[in-house]
Ligand binder design. Structure first.
Ligand code: P5A
Length: 445
């Protein structure tokens, strides 16, 4: 992509309404624009990262055997009356009336709708286990939307729902989601720690939130510092294996880690003092097992092996897809701008032409741009007439992990400069070698 043809409305000034770094950088880098309180347009650069995050989630859900689908954002109030949540949800639910005076709402979550789909179509234990999920917009009329995409009113969520015959099967689904989420967040360059939490309006007793530690996080958290040493890494996991999933759950949840909602001072004080940590965290996901709460209320039953009608055991599992952009930036930036992890970067690398208009520099940049595309990569080539300093500032702000700098002086010696955004280190090498190195970094060589 040539920058001269792209839409990247970068702001020079720091927007005064943004209180935290991720919100500031998302506005300054032209990723989002507020449409009204807590509601944003996703400009091309922000949309690209949103899609990258979404794709990682789809790939990891497929690995765990979960089935993608899509439900509407506008739902009928009827179903929510069946579960009792139409009144219980309160002012956070955006209620709408259509031209026939029918009561509708903009979905804050979708337990009712999926349970309705299930009961209409599944009647036997033979069709279980079943886990379906969607990535869809949600609306919660938060009293204080703030921090940009971090606490929006309209936000993008991955929501998954499992249906199982027994409690044991449903707990395996819970564990499987925990494993799958650990992998998902690590692929985005994040450490998200599962912590015991409160289930709120979703219900149930078994629930973990996934928290990314950050000073600007809205949750207060308490944990044993040993937990930050755990990495999921590239383990091969059989998601159907009850033992393997259970072992991962135990490994990642046996040390003390709780949000303030479930914090227990006496238990916390049993950890050796030097390992006790109190910090703040960003909640990027939550998993729930709530048994038969919805299937009882809505009559979602199946026949078991003996022909008895039994309510299905359920859980639901959410990832804050749009919030993740904020969380990743909070965890990975410096005073010049964002530093994207390779897994989610909007463009794989930047190309800066130090002297646009110089025949040799222009030709070298074109060649590098074409060579990267030929490798299946997606570079952003700054072919504008801006000064070099301004080009570097934009590249640093938008945070592409790698930059190739091309100028007449280097080209005389047959070299370009390859710079890591994270370390700031540069090396000089022939253009072909720079392309090969980027290809190797992204595993396409
Ligand atoms: C699980 C999926 C649920 O709604 N029902 C379906 C369950 N869980 S949850 O914890 O309430 O939300 C899941 C994740 O969505 C993100 N989130 C938000 N992101 C941005 N702005 C908001 N206002 C907002 N509210 C929730 C969080 O990451 C949360 O973990």
């Amino acid at each position: 992509m040539r920058l001269s043809r792209y839409f990247l409305p970068v702001l020079k000034e720091t927007p005064s309404e943004a209180q935290i770094v991720s919100h500031r950088y998302m506005l300054r880098a032209g990723m989002i624009k507020q449409a009204s309180a807590g509601i944003y347009s996703w400009l091309p650069l922000g949309f690209k990262v949103l899609r990258k995050i979404e794709n990682i989630i789809h790939e990891e859900q497929a690995r765990a055997g979960h089935i993608p689908m899509l439900m509407p954002t506008i739902q009928s109030a009827e179903l929510w009356r069946e579960s009792g949540r139409y009144d219980a949800y309160g002012a956070e639910m955006l209620r709408i009336t259509d031209r026939h005076e029918r009561e509708m709402l903009y979905t804050p979550t979708a337990e009712e709708l999926i349970t309705d789909i299930f009961r209409a179509n599944v009647s036997s234990y033979r069709d279980l286990p079943l886990t379906m999920y969607q990535i869809q917009w949600k609306f919660r009329d938060e009293i204080r939307p703030r921090f940009g995409v971090m606490r929006g009113r309209e936000f993008y969520m991955k929501d998954g729902y499992n249906f199982d015959l027994t409690k044991e099967d449903a707990l395996h689904a819970y564990n499987r989601h925990l494993v799958s989420y650990l992998r998902t967040y690590e692929r985005m360059g994040l450490q998200a720690i599962p912590m015991r939490a409160d289930s709120g309006p979703i219900g149930g007793d078994d629930t973990h939130e996934f928290l990314v530690l950050a000073e600007t996080g809205e949750s207060e958290v308490f944990y044993d510092s040993e937990i930050t040493e755990l990495k999921f890494g590239d383990r091969a996991i059989d998601y159907d294996s009850v033992e393997q999933c259970q072992a991962v759950l135990e490994e990642f949840t046996s040390r003390y880690a709780r949000t303030d909602e479930t914090h227990d001072e006496a238990l916390f004080n049993q950890i050796p003092e030097e390992r006790r940590r109190t910090a703040r965290g960003i909640e990027v996901g939550q998993i729930f097992y709530f048994g038969t709460k919805y299937s009882d209320a809505m009559g979602a039953t199946v026949s078991d092996k003996d022909g008895n009608q039994v309510p299905v055991h359920m859980g639901s599992h959410g990832i804050g897809v749009s919030r993740l952009l904020g969380a990743i930036i909070e965890a990975s930036h410096d005073d010049k701008g964002i530093i994207w992890p390779e897994g989610v970067t909007p463009f794989h690398c930047g190309i800066v032409n130090l002297k646009t208009g110089d025949a040799e520099a222009d030709a070298a940049c074109e060649k590098i741009h074409a060579a990267l595309i030929a490798q299946g990569l997606d570079p952003l080539y700054d072919d504008t007439n801006e000064r070099a300093g301004a080009k570097f500032a934009t590249m640093d702000l938008i945070g592409l992990p790698w930059r190739i700098t091309v100028g007449p002086r280097g080209l005389k010696n047959g070299v370009v400069e390859l710079t890591s955004r994270r370390s700031g280190e540069s090396e000089e090498l022939p253009p072909e070698a720079a392309v090969a190195k980027i290809a190797a970094i992204y595993g396409v060589a």
